[in-house]
Design a protein around this ligand. Structure first.
Ligand code: RBF
Length: 176
């Protein structure tokens, strides 16, 4: 497939994923700033169909368009961007010959750890209170907020990766 066709398909996948982003909802009502949406499945399908660079192109399209069309929340969109970028990067460098669902779990756990650190840096800016104060404000301890962030990322990325992989299997013949 030519580079132009790959990039236009990647752009279309990114644009379609903006629509899926509108379906976002909080998984944990007490931490409603963490919103699940199925849009990452198209970015993950883009990774399996093409390569890392192309998937990043789909991801930039998705978050840029979503920022302008719906959210206007630069921090929220950036956190989604960093989480998905981390997930597809771990999957790309993770070459072990193990079942792909185990890979999805390990990569999603890696994202969970990375996003705990990101949240520790960003929550004081976003909520204008320390991580510990924010946890109390949500009715949680710091540890339960950490576990909530890891669980959220596990659920988000395992779901989106399984769906992205199923979609990839259905559509890969169109692109070969
Ligand atoms: N998205 C993730 O996939 N993982 C995260 O750990 C995560 N943490 C976030 C923390 C804050 C403070 C905000 C505002 C957003 C975060 N997001 C995260 C993105 C969020 O779930 C949602 O996709 C965006 O806010 C776009 O509506």
């Amino acid at each position: 497939m030519s580079r132009v066709k790959i990039l236009s398909t990647a752009g279309i996948l990114g644009a379609l994923s903006v629509l899926l982003m509108f379906l976002e909802f909080p998984i944990f009502p007490f931490a409603s700033f963490l919103k699940f949406d199925p849009s990452a499945l198209l970015i993950i399908a883009s990774l399996f169909l093409f390569d890392w660079k192309t998937a990043v192109f789909s991801l930039i399209t998705k978050d840029l368009v979503f920022y302008f069309v719906k959210s206007g929340d630069l921090i929220g969109v950036s956190m989604d961007f960093i989480a998905i970028l981390t997930f597809i990067s771990i999957l790309t460098i993770f070459k072990l010959n193990i079942h792909k669902y185990i890979k999805f779990f390990v990569a999603a756990f890696g994202v969970g750890i990375a996003m705990v650190l990101m949240n520790m840096a960003i929550i004081p800016i976003y909520f204008k209170m320390s991580f510990n104060e924010a946890a109390k404000y949500f009715g949680l301890s710091s540890w339960t907020l950490i576990i909530t962030i890891i669980s959220f990322n596990l659920i988000k990325f395992i779901t989106d990766a399984i769906l992205g992989d199923l979609l990839y299997k259905r559509i890969k013949n169109f692109f070969s």
